[in-house]
Design a protein around this ligand. Structure first.
Ligand code: IMP
Ligand code: MG
Length: 176
């Protein structure tokens, strides 16, 4: 497993099956709401959100936020800042935050603290991957794709130094 060649951790087929299941669950849970607003967290969410949103069977809209770690060298130091906000108000709306991965939980915690005061009708989270053993924050994940070990993963939207985002599978890379 060298830095240039990610090793398959979750195959394209496994991801596909799980995203179908998640979409079914979300569609069932929100069946009675007028509309669901999917809030994607860029950049990592872009492929997951594209697949998930197209599989939903309920009325939905899509908006995006972008966050960045203050310290680019250590993405998980904890400090996060908002670099692009939503285009529209979420007040009174049913919001589902769509995230690629929860590592320490700092990013998701920041997001929830940022969105809750905007008074959405409901606020839930859909996360593709979680590194359970790295979690530092008690963040609520309503829909989870997979628990993964403490590895740096790429593909299906996720990057290592902005590389490998468009791989069809989730792969692990050596970062040192
Ligand atoms: P957290 O704030 O520690 O939960 O980290 C979340 C953010 O760090 C994610 O939204 C990703 O942008 C990034 N990240 C954490 N682990 C990985 C990984 O294994 N691959 C790619 N990005 C990751
Ligand atoms: Mg992310």
């Amino acid at each position: 497993m060298g830095p240039g060649e990610p090793e398959v951790l979750i195959s394209e087929e496994e991801i596909g099956r799980r995203v179908v299941e998640l979409a079914r669950q979300v569609s069932a849970d929100y069946e009675t709401v007028e509309e669901l607003l999917l809030v994607g967290v860029l950049k990592g969410c872009f492929i997951f959100l594209a697949d998930l949103s197209r599989l939903l069977t309920i009325p939905r809209r899509v908006d995006f936020m972008a966050l960045a770690a203050y310290d680019q060298e250590s993405a998980t130091s904890g400090a996060v800042r908002l670099i692009m906000d939503l285009r529209t108000s979420i007040e009174g709306k049913h919001v589902l935050v769509v995230e690629d991965i929860v590592d320490t939980g700092n990013t998701l915690e920041y997001l929830m603290e940022n969105l809750l005061p905007r008074r959405p009708a409901s606020l839930a989270t859909c996360v593709l991957l979680r590194k359970k053993e790295r979690l530092e924050k008690d963040v609520r994940i309503d829909y989870l794709g997979f628990d993964i070990p403490d590895l740096w993963v790429v593909g299906y939207g996720l990057d290592y130094k902005d590389r490998h985002r468009t791989l069809p599978f989730i792969g692990a890379v050596k970062t040192v």
